[in-house]
Design a protein around this ligand. Structure first.
Ligand code: FCB
Length: 438
């Protein structure tokens, strides 16, 4: 049983980097030139992004906010569709906006960590077939060539492309594997090309964050559950690490492809880590979704989406990544009850600290997210340390923001800090048992 109120004090090494993460489209607002915004105009999403958090207009104030919350680093993305709204036409004002954001962060003592692509395609790029066509890679690299030298004087860390494994092959997707393998291959090449451009301009660390899916067999010793878990893990995580380690793309039901130019093109493993899935070979969907909640820390967001968290499994998984420094580039929780965010953070930080004891070279923790942002179709999931007034956009830091500030100041987490910010552990099923045999 995790006793979050009585966690022993766990100190992080000097120089461990703390911060928060966002992406441009999810917070900026008024961003008409990408495919997500077009999707909203076509009525494809539950809600449109609209003004989001109005961050594009309020970025100066937001830099002050980040400073007041004590974050030494801030990960954000540059919206390609603003900088290059039409193919080959670069927008000077948008470029200057991002340079100024970096300048102000640096002046405020906050390290800018820059993502160059976070899910949104410029409409012109989407219409060309985006990442599905190898000949389109050059479009992205032209943008990278343009923007990197301008940002390089400020960036302290780089993430060329966010979570391309998430788009290219989450487990159990019925899509055609050949198409996904092709997509994965193209994005690997684009990522490696961007890495080389960045390295020509900056000595700072560079790596593309992956959505690390934590997968476990539903029946721990059942051979079919184990086999399905290995398969799902390969399609979600494994191919990426293998490709960067060896320059070989091994994808199910396709011939292996060789891309030596990809080998070694990451200075660190960027890990976005949220929930875990139990893989059940007896179910059509291959997922155990929400059954046996006692086997995980289960913070239910909604009846349709019971997410399960398992800090112990997170730690076990990080131990697979000992061959490079690991940066946690996202970790967070969607909840309307901010107390769960404190519990979640404390337990995950404890697990991360433990992974360090087990030999993982962990360098950062970026919390997702700074704001209650636009979560790809809806504002319902609340990931933010900071909420905002829908009419005035006034920022409203939550108790978890002050908890996190104290964690950063203490360079560690402890039951004392949890108790300071949380009168009691919320009564929802924070059933914190380790996964046991079924
Ligand atoms: C990650 C994405 C990020 C956000 C969080 C909740 O997969 O990188 O944009 O949606 O999930």
């Amino acid at each position: 049983m995790h006793d979050v109120m009585n966690l022993p004090r766990m100190e992080f090494p000097k120089g461990f980097l703390w911060g928060s993460s966002t992406s441009a489209y999810q917070i900026e607002g008024d961003c008409p030139h990408n495919d997500w915004d077009r999707g909203a105009r076509e009525g494809r999403w539950k809600e449109a992004c609209g003004k989001a958090c109005n961050h594009y207009a309020l970025y100066k104030e937001d830099v002050e906010l980040i400073r007041s919350l004590g974050h030494p680093a801030y990960r954000f993305s540059i919206e390609w569709s603003r900088v290059e709204p039409e193919e080959g036409r670069f927008d000077a004002a948008a470029t200057e906006h991002y340079v100024d954001l970096c300048r102000r962060l640096t002046a405020a003592g906050i390290q800018p960590w820059v993502t160059l692509f976070h899910f949104t395609n410029p409409i012109w790029f989407a219409d060309k077939g985006e990442w599905n066509k190898e000949e389109n890679i050059g479009c992205f690299l032209r943008f990278v060539e343009y923007i990197v030298p301008k940002i390089a004087p400020y960036a302290e860390g780089w993430a060329p492309i966010n979570e391309y494994n998430f788009y290219s092959g989450a487990p159990n997707q019925p899509e055609d594997h050949r198409r996904l393998a092709n997509y994965a291959f193209n994005v690997l090449l684009a990522d490696a090309g961007a890495y080389d451009i960045i390295k020509a301009h900056s000595a700072k660390p560079c790596g593309s964050p992956m959505a690390y899916l934590t997968l476990q067999p539903f029946r721990p010793h059942d051979p079919f559950d184990q086999a399905m878990t290995d398969y799902a893990d390969w399609v979600a995580n494994g191919w990426y690490y293998h490709a960067i380690r060896t320059g070989e793309l091994v994808y199910p039901f396709t011939d292996a492809r060789y891309c030596p130019q990809v080998k070694g093109r990451a200075d660190f493993w960027g890990v976005n880590i949220y929930a875990r899935d139990l893989v059940d070979s007896r179910r059509k969907a291959c997922r155990a979704d929400g059954r046996y909640p006692h086997r995980a820390l289960r913070l239910v967001q909604s009846a349709e989406k019971p997410w399960e968290f398992s800090p112990d499994e997170l730690m076990a998984n990080l131990c697979r990544l000992k061959d490079k420094p690991v940066y946690i580039t996202e970790n967070g929780l969607a909840t309307d009850d901010d107390r769960f965010r404190i519990v979640y953070m404390a337990l995950h930080l404890a697990a991360i600290r433990q992974a360090m004891d087990f030999g993982v070279d962990l360098r950062s923790y970026f919390h997702w997210s700074l704001f209650d942002n636009y979560e790809w179709g809806s504002f319902d999931p609340k990931y933010g340390l900071v909420g905002f007034d829908k009419k005035t956009f006034a920022r409203q830091p939550k108790p978890s923001a002050w908890f996190y500030k104290d964690v950063i100041a203490a360079n560690g987490v402890s039951g004392d800090l949890v108790r300071k910010h949380l009168a009691d552990v919320p009564s929802m099923p924070v059933a914190c048992h380790r996964q046991g045999p079924s």
